[in-house]
Ligand binder design. Sequence first.
Ligand code: GDP
Length: 425
Amino acid sequence: MVRAIVGANWGDEGKGKITDMLAQESDIIIRFQGGSNAGHTIINNYGRFALHLLPSGVFYNHTTSIIGNGVALNIPYLIKEIKSLVDQGVPEPKILVSDRAQILMPYHILFDEYEEERLGGKSFGSTKSGIAPFYSDKYAKIGFQVSELFDQESLKEKVVRICEMKNVLLEHLYHKPLLDPEKLYSTMMEYKEMVAPYVCDVSKYLYEAIQSGKKILLEGQLGSLKDPDHGIYPMVTSSSTLAAYGAIGAGIPPYEIKQITTVVKAYSSAVGAGAFVSEIFGDEADQLRRRGGDHGEFGATTGRPRRMGWFDTVASRYGCRIQGATEVALTVLDVLGYLEQIPVCVGYEINGQITKDFPTTVELEKAKPVLQVLPGWKCDIRGIKKYDDLPENCRKYIEFIEKELETPITMVSNGPGREEIIYRK
Ligand code: GDP
């Protein structure tokens, strides 16, 4: 049985926590897209962790954690992340890396930095992890698959050829130091040593796992609105954030994904540039930011303060629809306990017309939020285990959102910890 855990919003919905929690009853957890450019914060009995590349299931002895072919694989980063877990007392996780995953090269990170520098004020707010240059190269067919590390003759030739190409840009567009093919080749040989113990024909492994009835989780990074096709292009990420892509990025049949658990945040937050209709500013935003998440709303990878906003039903309903959500996990609801009244964005006003449909970016830039105010519950809901024990206004808030999302909310998260979850149905 395959279940995807994906985000409906701009990322940071708390997918890591939900994955860590559900991994308890799972056998295999797979990352299928993205790279080390966004982080999942996980708090469990080993401590507090910010994972960037490893799936959020690495904390159990019984699970296998997989880096699927769709991921941007930063090899030294992977090794560093495994080491940091073991150093903090987590048992050595069982990890497999797809032989078809492509390698994030050192120059991808450089090109990301140089391009942001070149764009200046018009930059995308990249995390400078090399993700956009990586996926550009993958689709331009000049990337390196893990499997290529093991064919040294052709690798050597290809390294020379790629360096020639990259050096034209480095010299004439960016005016930066050139790549040395010999040095790059020896770096790749180091990568080979590092990754060799983990390399696996992942789609075959998963085929057999599915046949034998294993429980498999696909863990998405970021959320619907950062999808390159269906999100707020161009302020998006460079790989698909949708459950559907899980089939491709892991190498399994699409019809095997039976459950699409879509994580929705009880308010909005976003990192990076782009239209954000329900955004709030000043003191109002600062208050929510300080209370948000488990340590305030600051990006797990970048430490950048997140942009804050009220719950956006237009964006979230669309986010659920485009994921194909079969259920919703509503997270960080506890954070809203300080508010007397809670505004919710229930529509967009665009050129004097009100719509409930999420528009393309050009229209989105013109949208103004239509707000409806719901009563707050003014108390701390952490520690509550049963839905019926939640304050009435809190249940009303959840049920209001559920109606707007047109998807059942089956889980409500009321704290960052593994056990802080209320099951509904
Ligand atoms: P992800 O990328 O979707 O996994 O999200 P992040 O880990 O970047 O951000 C979610 C943040 O919220 C993390 O700091 C989590 O520890 C925290 N978190 C998750 N669920 C809850 C919750 O229900 N309540 C609170 N207060 N924090 C939560």
